[in-house]
Design a binder for this molecule. Sequence first.
Ligand SMILES: Cc1cc2nc3c(=O)[nH]c(=O)nc-3n(C[C@H](O)[C@H](O)[C@H](O)COP(=O)(O)OP(=O)(O)OC[C@H]3O[C@@H](n4cnc5c(N)ncnc54)[C@H](O)[C@@H]3O)c2cc1C
Length: 322
Amino acid sequence: MKQYENISLKAYNTFGIDVQARRLLLLEPGDEVPPLAAPYLVLGAGSDVVFTRDYEGTVVVLAHQCRVERGQDDTVTAWGGMTMDDLVQWTLDHDLYGMENLSAIPGTVGASVVQNVGAYGVEAKDLVVAVHAYDLRDRAYVDFSAGQCCFAYRTSLFKQQPGRYLVLGVTYRLSSTFTPVLTYRALESLPHGTAQQLREAIAALRWQKLPRPEEHGSAGSFFKNPVVDEATYRRIRDAYPDMPDAHPEPQNHYKLSAGWLIDRAGWKGRVQGGAGVWPHNALVLYNAGGCTGDEVVALAQTIQQDVLSKFGVALVPEAIIV
Ligand SMILES: Cc1cc2nc3c(=O)[nH]c(=O)nc-3n(C[C@H](O)[C@H](O)[C@H](O)COP(=O)(O)OP(=O)(O)OC[C@H]3O[C@@H](n4cnc5c(N)ncnc54)[C@H](O)[C@@H]3O)c2cc1C
C-alpha cells in the first residue's frame, strides 16, 4: 500500500482536470483495506468522472496491475484495478471469447460492474458471474452473484450505493468457442474472421468517433441515451423523420440517441470556455484546453436545457460529477 498527501489528480482522470486530493491511497492485490475516515472516494482509471473541485478526503485507487486467474467452466477472475482492455486482450491470448466488443474502453475491471459498461451490443452484465468486494461500511469481504448486482443500463447496486463497496475482483464467464456478436449495425461490415480481428476492427471504429485520452481529455459518452414514452417518441419522429431508429424498451418506451438530439440541437463541434462538444460525436464533451470541471458542467447544463426546450427530452449525465 502506498500513500500520497496533497497530490494532483490530473493523471488520475481522463478529462485531465487538475485538482488536488488531500490523500491518495494506492492498494496492491493482497493489501488489507485500512479503515477509511469520510470523506473518501474510490477511483478506477478516472475515465467516467469530472472533478469540479479539490477532493478534501482520501481517494482510494487499486493499482492498475494485470492479475487474472482462470477458473473452471471458462471463467476468469480479474483484479479490480486491472485495465479492462488488458483483460480483453488476455482473454483472447488464452482462447476465451465474449469480451471482444468491450475492446478499448479505458476503464478498470472494478468499475466495469459499477457502471455496467457496454459497447456494441455487449454489456458487462452479460458476462459477469460474481463480484468480489469489500464492504467499507461493515468492514467485511462480500461476494455477490450476478443476480444480486441489480444490473441495468449503466448502473448497478454498486452505483446505487456509492462509497459502500470497493470492488476488488470480478469473475466473468466466457466461452472457448468464438461466436461474434454482430447485432450492432455498424459491426455488420467489419472484418471478424477471428476474435482478434474483430477486436482490432472495433477499436479502430471507436477511435474514429472518440477522442483518444492521450490527445484530448474526455469521459467518453457524457450523457445516457434517454428512454422516453411512446407519445414523446412519436412526436419527435413525426417532426424529424430522419431521426435514427429508436430502440424499443419495456412498457412501450423507446431509447433515443442522445448524440443525435445534441447534434440536431446544433451543438456538435461547439466550444464554451475550455470545454467542447467533440466534432465527430456530439455525445462526447471534451477538454478543449486546460478546462475546469465547472466548465464541463456548465456546458453540459446548457446542452441539457437546450435539448429539453427543443425536444422536451431530459438528458441525464452518464459521467459522475465529483
Ligand atoms: C474515450 C472513452 C471511451 C469510453 N467508452 C465507453 C464505452 O464504450 N462504454 C462504456 O460503458 N463506458 C465508456 N467510457 C466510460 C468509462 O470508461 C467507463 O464507465 C469505465 O467503466 C470507467 O472505469 P474507470 O475505472 O475509469 O472508473 P472511474 O471513472 O474511476 O469511476 C467510475 C465510478 O466507478 C466507481 N469505481 C471505480 N472503481 C471502483 C472499484 N474498484 N470499486 C468500487 N467503485 C469503483 C467510482 O467511484 C465512480 O463512481 C469511456 C470513457 C472514455 C474516456
